[in-house]
Design a protein around this ligand. Structure first.
Ligand code: 1HN
Length: 348
């Protein structure tokens, strides 16, 4: 038995395998090297979605179907190596959602967690568990599992955001539940801004105990994130692989803001070329500011603001910033760490 080679076949062995097959069994020694690989062997491929192209197609969908009829008017970003599986990486789903002025995306809930990362537009809202928040470019917004949520756009501009969901994880565990609210939108039972004031002011309500696994802050506004990065750059200390990279955390315990999806924002200063980096968490990037080039193995990705790209597990990555650049990223890092799978490697 070997981890890299399969045993030879013979007529006797083949006859034996046929008997196994008829009883829904099979021989490990014929598949071992395929299922226990020395390094990750992902079907996920590096890929970039040009935002201008995606926006044009999204706007076309706006003339074909309403947000209400679609339930969610979303173009799924399908990894080219995983077509037809509604996934951008092996474990994560991503899509671009359009809400036109005056539209509503009806209230529903599901076991899958969602993140919204605002790509284009200003001032549409999402209601999550009774609290409404207005969304601006660069904001990171959380919909925890099983929370009622509906969206709407009362601004005068189309709004586009990136949805990231743990759909493939829920499917893997056969743990998907969903239901409609029965009305277009839920009542606004909590004043706007409540969560950020209560949990995002370096304070915590006296005696507050964690409810659920997601952060009690559900909108991490971009202006605060950007300000933190800008202040930090003054020390001129850059991680050779990441520039300045900050995780979004749950202020109660420092865990990732979401239990199944790890999120981060990174600043890459003009001219920086990062050291080679690889990690087992395939990562989705959304370009917030700046232009640059990311090489993923042999693939070269040139990016500009609002473009989206994906880096597979264990692929060697180098980022290069042509001007000051800000990247939002999400992955399953936290899940892998909790389960003992996560690995990284710095340098060539
Ligand atoms: C969903 O509920 C939203 O609430 C977006 O905006 C995308 C993809 C699959 C299943 C549910 C949303 C979704 C989704």
């Amino acid at each position: 038995m070997s981890l890299t080679e399969k045993p030879a076949t013979s007529p006797e062995r083949d006859a034996y395998y046929k008997k196994l097959d008829e009883r829904s069994m099979s021989a490990l020694w014929n598949v071992l090297s395929d299922i226990i690989t020395p390094t990750p062997r992902s079907g996920c491929q590096p890929f970039k979605w040009d935002y201008d192209e995606a926006r044009e197609l999204l706007m076309e969908s706006g003339g074909l179907i309403t947000a209400k009829e679609a339930e969610r008017r979303v173009l799924i970003l399908e990894n080219p190596g995983l077509r037809g599986q509604s996934r951008i990486t092996t474990s994560l789903y991503a899509g671009l959602q359009l809400v036109l002025p005056g539209e509503v995306a009806p209230a529903h809930r599901h076991s899958q967690s969602a993140l919204r990362f605002v790509v284009d537009g200003d001032g549409a809202y999402t209601n999550v568990a009774g609290e409404r928040t207005l969304m601006h470019e660069g904001d990171f917004v959380i919909t925890p599992p099983w929370a009622w949520h509906d969206h709407g756009n009362e601004s005068d501009r189309p709004m586009v955001w990136l949805d990231g969901l743990d759909i493939p994880m829920a499917s893997f565990f056969d743990a998907s539940f969903a239901e409609g609210y029965g009305a277009e939108s839920q009542p606004e039972s909590i004043p706007r801004g409540d969560s950020l004031a209560r949990y995002g002011s370096n304070l915590m309500p006296f005696g507050y105990e964690q409810q659920g696994l997601a952060s009690p802050i559900f909108n991490y506004p971009y202006d605060r994130t950007r300000e933190a990065l800008e202040q930090m750059r003054l020390r001129n200390e850059w991680d050779p692989c990441h520039g300045l990279k900050m995780r979004y955390v749950n202020p109660l315990n420092g865990d990732d803001a979401m239990p199944t999806i790890s999120t981060a924002m990174q600043l890459l200063p003009k001219g920086l070329v990062t050291d080679v980096y690889r990690a087992t968490d395939a990562t989705v990037f959304s370009v917030v500011e700046g232009h640059g080039r990311t090489t993923v193995g042999d693939t070269v990705i040139e990016w500009k603001p609002k473009d989206l790209f994906v880096v597979p597990s264990w692929a060697p990555v180098v980022h290069q910033a042509h001007d000051d650049a800000v990247l939002f990223g999400f992955s399953d890092r936290g899940v892998q760490q909790k389960l003992g799978f996560w690995r990284e490697h710095r340098g060539g």
